[in-house]
Design a protein. Structure first.
Length: 379
């Protein structure tokens, strides 16, 4: 007959096989204790498990303005930066999966880990400043979706890692989010270089959603390994796709035939370009105080490269700030910007694939100091 319960186990074994030894009884007691502790820990994990709030059908069904107002309130709730992660904690990026950066549709960080119980940490670009913004199209080109204009947006300015003074290195970048009615937000990213720059001026150079790939002989092992990690999720990890930005209007209306450029360039407007010094600054969050001095108004002129084989850049509009950027715990710890695989763009433009491979091969073979896009001129 089956055993009634583990509580009756010693007695049943005694009846069938004789008295249990003290050692056996101790072993059973220990196993019971371990099982009880495991149950308690599992219940606690379920109760305390991280649960993203700004995702799912209920969130996505809201209007762009409702989403914007909710996120803006979170951004402004706590202006204290979350801070930089330790080297040991940052190394976690080499063991976490990369697919959620591309596949999770939401505006706060996804979950991960055992039972998806923990919040995914923002291990790179950990510290930054966020501002409400808008994209103003000049109406001269036929790009669709939010390229036609969007006024419920956020821009986050951040450094990919702590700045260093010996040698002087900063790695500036932006993340840009446009909320849309009833569908997930449109997101893109832009950097000058994956390896950074000597200047401490955040707006020293143009930024692009295709920061140049690098010659593996010119970078350290950690940078090579990080690229390899992103290659587990995308064939072309240094390029961020744009087709989703063209797929829906801000109103949520789906575009039947999205039209989008191959590449974007975010060109700092002249007043911003010269606003901050290029010399090394004190502290690892110096740029937050600088960014807080930005005024409401244009911060980037936006240019588009229509085709990979044609380097011509056409000015399509501008990014304008609606407020001064502010440091924010939510922006550092919780705010999520979804990456888009370049493969999504190529699925709609398969004729780009060979050109992409040729472009990356040229960048990867460039001699020191590595491939760099030339900045557009300032007036």
């Amino acid at each position: 007959a089956p055993l009634a319960s583990t509580h009756d186990l010693p007695a049943q074994i005694e009846c069938t096989r004789g008295p249990l030894s003290i050692r056996a009884r101790t072993h059973i007691a220990i196993m019971r204790a371990i099982a009880a502790i495991a149950c308690v820990l599992l219940l606690a994990a379920c109760a305390l498990a991280y649960d993203p709030k700004l995702t799912g059908s209920k969130w996505q069904s809201k209007s762009a303005s409702e989403k914007f107002n909710t996120i803006s309130k979170e951004v402004k709730a706590n202006a204290k930066p979350y801070g930089w992660y330790s080297i040991i904690h940052t190394a976690e990026i080499f063991i976490e999966g990369m697919d959620k950066s591309f596949d999770f549709e939401g505006d706060d960080m996804p979950d991960q880990g055992l039972f998806n119980a923990e919040q995914r940490p923002k291990l790179i670009h950990s510290v930054g400043a966020v501002a409400g913004a808008k994209f103003v199209s000049n109406g001269r080109y036929n790009y669709t979706g939010v390229f036609r204009g969007a006024d419920q947006c956020f821009v986050r300015f951040s450094l990919a890692a702590k700045p260093t003074t010996k040698p002087p290195v900063t790695i500036p970048g932006i993340a840009f989010k446009c909320l849309r009615d009833s569908v997930p937000s449109a997101n893109t990213f832009a950097m000058y270089s994956l390896a950074g720059q000597e200047s401490f001026n955040f707006f020293q150079h143009d930024l692009t959603n295709h920061p140049p790939d690098f010659n593996p002989d010119l970078v350290d092992s950690a940078t090579r390994q990080l690229k390899k990690k992103f290659e587990s999720a995308s064939q072309w990890p240094t390029m961020v796709g744009l087709s989703d930005m063209a797929a829906y209007e801000q109103s949520g209306s789906r575009v039947n035939e999205p039209i989008f450029p191959f590449r974007l360039v975010f060109h700092p407007v002249s007043d911003v370009h010269t606003l901050f010094p290029s010399e090394p600054q004190k502290g690892d969050s110096f740029f937050l105080d600088q960014l807080a001095t930005l005024k409401r108004g244009p911060v980037f002129s936006v240019f588009a490269q229509r085709e990979p084989w044609n380097p011509t850049l056409e000015e399509i509009g501008l990014v304008a700030l609606e407020e001064a950027p502010s440091s924010t715990r939510f922006g550092d710890k919780d705010m999520f910007f979804q990456h888009q695989r370049m493969e999504d763009d190529v699925a709609l433009r398969p004729d780009w694939a060979a050109d992409i491979d040729a472009i990356l091969e040229e960048q990867q073979s460039a001699p020191a100091p590595g491939y760099q896009f030339q900045d557009l001129p300032w007036n």
